[in-house]
Design a protein around this ligand. Structure first.
Ligand code: BG6
Length: 476
């Protein structure tokens, strides 16, 4: 039998991926182009992700990692069997919107797309793996960008709700856990990648971003309502790219700066979780002359349809100082912060802070008092495949072990209510920020390199066997 730990008996151990980073098959089964299909690897990637360069201006030989990715589209049975072998209780993945509504404008869904996900979900259920679905993980049909300017327009709210209705009905009773938007706050950092926003000359960027945010928040609330109407058992979550800001020093100015930086992020899920714009956000908009165009019913929709759980990704904490001369802001997961002298960092410069996970969990739980779900965490690292087909990824095991320990302390010692833990990229996949394959997170190695060479064969890493044990013992 299972030993006791402070975690729920039905704790959802698993792993997480996203369609755009692993499926490939970018035009298979009637799929339309998604935003991510025009985001290249290489020197133009940042400018495209930021919405500052038009993808039509990319060179003809640009390489798009999403087109094939790790071909989970063709390999999902084998991949799910490996997840089952590790003992996954759940698997978090996303639907590619443009597989189901190729342009986003259709009134009826593409049956082939729905059928693909139905088979996929049935395969998970065969092994008793609970599907946890991200409805929109960094990709929307490109047509919605070209014709409506993406989330600038309320027409995209209608398209999203149509999409949600199709999937909630089709997978009713099979999928219970849903997330409306992956890392909704990414809109403020990488607007094209996060939300399909491209800037035009003369745009007031903040105005555009907050209007898009508002439209996404309304869409999220409408989806929550629909999910609950269709089946009261459905659980809908928001999803935040989390990681608390630390003040660089105890100088009150630094502490105040950290409060402000945290609010930039919490704004989104404050609305999704509490149902209204917080006062600090109203004042911020007012002082920056940002006018949000609201529909008559919007405030009511937001108020009446808050989320059931708070999902988040956590890779690192962040640091801010009120004094710009203290340190160069550096990037980690698209969020600028300065170096924390007390923390080691990954090969990609992301700072490693397990206690920061416990701190972030406490902040979130104190703020919302709703169950939390850690739906991303992990270490992107260079792996070496040995002659015998194994990978000694002790560094990954060390990272995950420390974070799992901190997570259990937050539950056992602080009383945080936690639904589950799904480390990111449980199988190697394309990196979102860099487009690389070299930056690997998986328990399963996939033979492919940055340029697209490799036979896509899967290999079990040392961490595969380690994670299987962790799940078996419910974290002990
Ligand atoms: C999160 C995203 O930002 O971090 C994922 O939700 C992403 O899509 C993950 O892959 C890790 O980031 P990266 O840039 O290392 O792939």
């Amino acid at each position: 039998g299972q030993k006791m730990s402070g975690l729920r008996k039905d704790f959802l151990w698993g792993g997480a991926t996203a369609a755009n980073q692993c499926e490939g098959g970018y035009l298979s089964g009637g799929k339309g182009l998604g935003t991510v299909d025009v985001i290249p690897h290489g020197e133009y990637r940042k400018a495209i992700m930021k919405g500052e360069m038009h993808y039509k201006d990319l060179p003809e030989d640009a390489y798009y990692p999403s087109h094939e990715a790790i071909d989970m589209y063709g390999n999902y049975k084998e991949d799910i069997a490996l997840f089952a072998e590790m003992g996954f209780k759940c698997y978090r993945f996303s639907f590619a919107w443009s597989r189901i509504f190729p342009t986003g404008k259709e009134l009826e869904p593409n049956e082939e797309g729905l059928k693909f996900y139905e088979d996929f979900i049935d395969e998970l259920l065969k092994y008793n793996i609970e599907p946890v679905v991200t409805i929109c993980h960094f990709d929307l049909p490109l047509t919605l960008v070209e014709e409506y300017g993406s989330w600038r327009s309320r027409q995209v709210i209608d398209a999203y709700v149509r999409y949600c209705e199709a999937i909630f009905k089709r997978f009713n009773g099979k999928v219970k856990y849903w997330m409306t938007f992956n890392e909704i706050n990414m809109l403020m950092h990488l607007p094209f990648m996060g939300a399909g926003i491209m800037f035009e000359e003369g745009d007031n960027k903040l105005q555009v971003q907050y209007q898009a945010a508002h439209n996404e928040l309304v869409a999220s609330a409408l989806a929550t309502k629909l999910a609950h109407d269709i089946n009261p058992e459905n659980k809908v979550g928001c999803m935040l790219a989390a990681g608390d800001y630390y003040p660089y020093s105890c100088k009150p100015e630094d502490v105040f700066a950290a409060l402000g930086k945290d609010r930039e992020n919490y704004f989104f899920i404050d609305v999704q979780s509490r149902g209204e714009y917080p006062n600090y956000a109203k004042k911020f908009l007012e002082h920056n002359n940002i006018q949000i165009e609201m529909g008559q019913e919007d405030e009511k929709i937001l108020r009446e349809n808050t989320v059931d759980f708070i999902a988040f990704s956590y890779y690192s904490s962040r640091v801010v100082s009120a004094d710009p001369t203290v340190g160069e802001p550096k990037l980690g997961n698209a969020f600028a912060g300065i170096k924390n002298p007390h923390l080691p960092e990954s090969e990609w410069g992301w700072q490693i802070d397990p206690l920061g996970l416990r701190i972030t969990m406490n902040t979130l739980y104190d703020r919302y008092q709703k169950p939390l779900f850690i739906v991303e965490n992990g270490l992107g690292a260079v792996d070496t495949l040995k002659e015998d087909g194994t990978v000694d990824d002790d560094y990954r095991i060390a990272y995950l072990e420390a974070h799992i320990k901190a997570m259990i302390e937050a539950v056992e010692e602080d009383g945080v209510d936690l639904l589950g833990y799904t480390p990111w990229g449980c199988i190697d996949l394309v990196s979102a920020s860099t487009g690389e394959m070299k930056k690997r997170y998986g328990f399963i190695y996939v033979d492919k390199d940055n340029a697209g060479n490799g036979d896509l064969k899967r290999y079990k890493k040392k961490s595969f066997y380690w994670y299987k044990k962790i799940i078996e013992n419910n974290g002990l």
